[in-house]
Design a protein around this ligand. Structure first.
Ligand SMILES: O[C@H]1CN[C@@H](c2nc(-c3ccc(C(F)(F)F)cc3)no2)C1
Length: 331
């Protein structure tokens, strides 16, 4: 079997996050979920979410599904990198993504979501595509959609073809040659503790020379920006007139009129260039002439993160074979 579904930016102006349609239950209930390779919980706004915490999101109502089953006594609780959080109870039900079906997928129903989830009206929940070891369900952790679907897939892979300010695609079970150019460079993945962790072969700022120092980090579709070591980030913004590291805005900002250099990163022998246009993320507040950079320092996080700003510049194969690997191709 295979599956293929669109990854749609939640805001036409800035690629804050992408959502993908899924169906849950019988008859099918359609929700738009944020696919996140940096976590491994599948959770949804639901009939168990207090109405005061719902603002326009679609919800899953297990009682309206003839195939839903309560996973008695199981609970979950998760906190994301930006401090957003949710928690609740668990059902199993039929679940599909782009025509690929899994029976008895664990569906974590929110009984509490933080304010940032409430105000993000376009996100009805998250679908974790990290390794199942990260799943937070107690007393028994649950498998991700990908782990449940693997046995049905021709090839145990999914691919991310995220795009700048337009809809891209998540494919499951196959590698679409029409989506990339050249060869796919595969690199090892360390699945411990549960992220798609790989090592980049180096970087270059603009037309500067390539620095071949290894950069270990995670491929994270749920993170908007790229977070790298401070030395790399300062080298980048040294080339941006008027750039400053703003305590007020929590990162590097610059005049939206500034000329930005592209940023190149290496995977094996292949080089990926993030165009300058991707490196300006958004005005710090609506209408401001000060812009927030798409590249920020990872020093406060503890891990380097290759988020959407980088992933948009490539076609990425998440290979769930044993051992797992990551494939990168230009497009
Ligand atoms: O935890 C790491 C795992 N991947 C990263 C991630 N972060 C979110 C997220 C989505 C939506 C929101 C909200 F809607 F604004 F609340 C907040 C965070 N999804 O994946 C960070």
């Amino acid at each position: 079997d295979t599956g293929s579904a669109a990854a749609v930016p939640i805001d036409p102006r800035f690629d804050i996050a992408y959502v993908t349609p899924v169906t849950i239950g019988t008859p099918p209930q359609t929700l738009q979920l944020d696919f996140d390779t940096g976590s491994s919980d599948l959770w949804v706004f639901s009939s168990h979410t207090p109405t005061s915490q719902i603002r326009g999101q679609e919800i899953y109502t297990p009682d309206k599904s003839t195939t839903s089953k309560l996973l008695d006594g199981h609970t979950w609780s998760i906190t994301y990198g930006d401090g957003s959080a949710s928690r609740g109870n668990v059902y199993t039900d039929n679940f599909t993504v782009g025509g690929l079906a899994v029976a008895s997928q664990a569906i974590q129903c929110a009984q509490q979501v933080s304010s940032s989830f409430t105000t993000e009206e376009s996100i009805d929940g998250l679908l974790g595509l990290g390794f199942s070891t990260l799943n937070t369900v107690n007393p028994a952790s649950q498998l991700t959609f990908f782990d449940n679907a693997k046995s049905k897939l021709g090839s145990p892979v999914f691919t991310a073809d995220l795009k700048n300010k337009q809809a891209g695609t998540y494919d499951f079970g196959f590698i679409d040659k029409a989506k990339y150019t050249g060869e796919i460079t595969y690199v090892p993945v360390n699945p411990d503790p549960g992220y798609w962790t790989f090592t980049s072969s180096g970087y270059a700022v603009g037309s500067g020379n390539f620095s071949g120092s290894p950069i270990t980090g995670i491929a994270d579709t749920g993170t908007s920006l790229v977070y790298l070591p401070t030395a790399i980030v300062t080298a980048y913004y040294r080339q941006v007139q008027g750039a400053t590291n703003s305590r007020n805005y929590g990162g590097y900002v610059f005049p939206c009129s500034a000329t930005l250099p592209p940023f190149t990163f290496g995977v094996g022998e292949t080089k990926f260039t993030i165009p300058a246009s991707y490196m300006s993320y958004a005005p710090v507040t609506d209408g401001s002439s000060t812009c927030f950079g798409g590249l920020q320092s990872s020093s406060g996080i503890g891990v380097n993160i290759w988020g959407d700003v980088a992933l948009k510049a490539a076609f990425v194969v998440f290979n769930g074979a044993n051992p797992p690997t990551l494939g990168w191709a230009t497009k």
